[in-house]
Write a protein that binds this ligand. Structure first.
Ligand SMILES: Cc1cc2nc3c(=O)[nH]c(=O)nc-3n(C[C@H](O)[C@H](O)[C@H](O)COP(=O)(O)O)c2cc1C
Length: 194
């Protein structure tokens, strides 16, 4: 089959990597709490577990994380995509997104940050390195993690029949992908092309 490789505008190049699961970051400091959507989040290390998030300098989230040194990182499911888009489209400096979008929270176990009840996994993170001045990049150590047992247990994801309980991946302009079905393969054997 002939493959046509069309150029992608460099300003859109990051979209080619954007379909890792979209996340939601919660933050708090000095009586102020906030919530935002973040596509740019990734694992960094196993032990101790570390994650990287990229948080724009203009956000309230960035101010609160820098002041408190902690943040909540959670995965919304497809059923929570509209709320995810909402918290990623409004500035916390202008409205209390928790009450505006009727978001239920519960207290974190270790850090002093509200966690979102509508999500399906939750990680509590402490900032261990802050590269935000140069790259908007914050590295957190995960100090507590828990997951909705309907979709993750015994160290495995097991999405079932409920389409609303899939993790999702943000593209742009309100478009998401939902995580697809699992499949298993055996590795191709060396020399199998002969
Ligand atoms: C799906 C989605 C993903 C986003 N991902 C990021 C991200 O990874 N980093 C970032 O700085 N902003 C991201 N944004 C934008 C922020 O969520 C947005 O600027 C938000 O209003 C910041 O809120 P705050 O000022 O209340 O902290 C994303 C927005 C959406 C809708």
């Amino acid at each position: 089959m002939k493959v046509t490789r069309k150029p992608v505008a460099l300003s859109r190049a990051t979209q080619l990597l954007n379909h890792g699961p979209v996340t939601i970051i919660t933050s708090a400091h000095g009586g102020r709490t906030n919530v935002m959507a973040a596509s740019w989040a990734m694992p960094l290390d196993f032990n101790p577990p570390k994650v990287v998030v990229v948080v724009d300098s203009r956000t309230l989230t960035r101010q609160l994380i820098e002041a408190s040194g902690v943040f909540g990182l959670q995965l919304p499911s497809r059923g929570f995509a509209a709320q995810t888009l909402a918290v990623g489209s409004h500035a916390g400096a202008e409205l209390d997104k928790f009450s505006a979008f009727d978001l239920d929270t519960f207290p974190a176990q270790i850090i002093d940050v509200p966690m979102l009840a509508g999500c399906i996994t939750w990680m509590e993170c402490k900032v261990i390195a802050d590269e935000s001045q140069r790259h908007d990049l914050i590295i957190g150590e995960v100090v507590a993690a828990y997951a909705d047992s309907r979709v993750y247990s015994n160290n495995r994801w097991h999405f079932g029949d409920d389409p609303d309980l899939r993790t999702c991946h943000y593209v742009a302009g309100g478009t998401f992908f939902a995580t697809g079905d699992a499949f298993e393969v055996a590795p191709v054997s060396a020399g199998s092309a002969d």
